[in-house]
Design a protein around this ligand. Structure first.
Ligand SMILES: NC(=O)c1ccc[n+]([C@@H]2O[C@H](COP(=O)([O-])OP(=O)(O)OC[C@H]3O[C@@H](n4cnc5c(N)ncnc54)[C@H](OP(=O)(O)O)[C@@H]3O)[C@@H](O)[C@H]2O)c1
Length: 251
């Protein structure tokens, strides 16, 4: 399949590389900032352009991997006739593409993607299409990229996106706060690595609520008080500690 990548950030880079690895030909990278487009295009071995230049209109697929807020603007400025165009956003309806093409859909990677990372395992995709025929095309294409492809409506994808923010973005923020706390208190954050892995591994086998540990679930007020005292120098973390302790105690 000949593919045009629109965008040059994390998802554009990871999907561009994956498409190429799986035998598709990236024919153009288009991005708002031409220098960003060039960087990715050079890596993928194709031409590049910004939005003022001509879009390659001979490709079979257009992957629109741009900031959610930019999708509506592009809908108003692009026209691809019948060409298949897919966006990659978790919480934006596929219909944001309805004025660009008669064939549109979604290729949403249900994974946290950073362009500097090398992904060895299959990326899970949630897919959608504006008609049964389009959905079949999207599914066929997605299956060339991954063995983990699931159909999801706008509504289902939005709900999974909420859950994804909680399990990934929020936990990563907690890691960031804990790392900062460890640095300031001069203890080694790296020592927590086996604990982080064990917590994530365990919920592959058990429902999370059934394997909760720690002072909050034991209602251990004495330990919680000790923790709050040391956290008085770390107000942001203290606030979150109190909220999460309350949430765990409620069960
Ligand atoms: N990263 C993830 O883990 C992840 C996972 C699943 C889905 N997604 C979704 O994938 C999409 C892209 O995310 P990302 O992480 O790749 O974002 P990103 O790394 O921040 O890249 C954003 C891209 O959008 C372009 N852009 C930003 N504002 C724009 C505007 N106003 N007009 C036109 N282009 C604009 C940027 O172009 P320039 O650099 O040329 O300015 C850049 O190429 C989003 O819908 C996101 O929700 C992300």
């Amino acid at each position: 399949m000949q593919v045009v990548i629109i965008g040059s950030g994390n998802v554009a880079s990871v999907l561009g590389r994956l498409c190429k690895q799986r035998g598709h030909e990236i024919v153009q990278v288009i991005s708002r900032n031409a220098a960003h487009a060039k960087l990715l295009a050079d890596e993928l071995g194709c031409s590049y352009a910004d939005y003022h230049e001509k879009l390659n209109d001979s490709a079979g697929l257009y992957i629109l991997a741009v900031a959610d807020t930019a999708l509506q603007d592009l809908n108003e400025s692009m026209n691809l006739g019948n060409k298949l165009i897919l966006h990659t956003a978790g919480s934006v309806s596929k219909d944001v593409l309805k004025d660009i093409s008669h064939n549109y859909g979604v290729l949403y990677p249900l994974q946290s993607l950073r362009k500097e990372m090398n992904y060895q395992t299959d990326i899970p995709f949630l897919i959608d299409g504006n008609s049964a025929d389009t959905l079949t095309l999207v599914e066929d294409f997605a299956q060339t990229l991954s063995t983990n492809v699931t159909k999801a409506t706008d509504d289902e994808r939005l709900k999974l996106h909420v859950a994804a923010v909680v399990v990934s973005n929020f936990t990563n923020h907690l890691y960031a706060l804990a790392e900062d706390f460890c640095k300031k208190e001069q203890v080694d954050f790296g020592l927590l690595s086996p604990l982080i892995k064990e917590t994530a591994e365990r919920i592959q086998h058990f429902s999370p609520a059934t394997v909760q540990t720690g002072p909050a679930v034991r209602n251990d007020i004495f330990t919680i008080d000790k923790h709050l005292r040391i956290l008085s120098n770390h107000p942001q973390l203290k606030n979150i500690y109190i909220k999460l302790t309350e949430s765990i105690s409620k069960g």
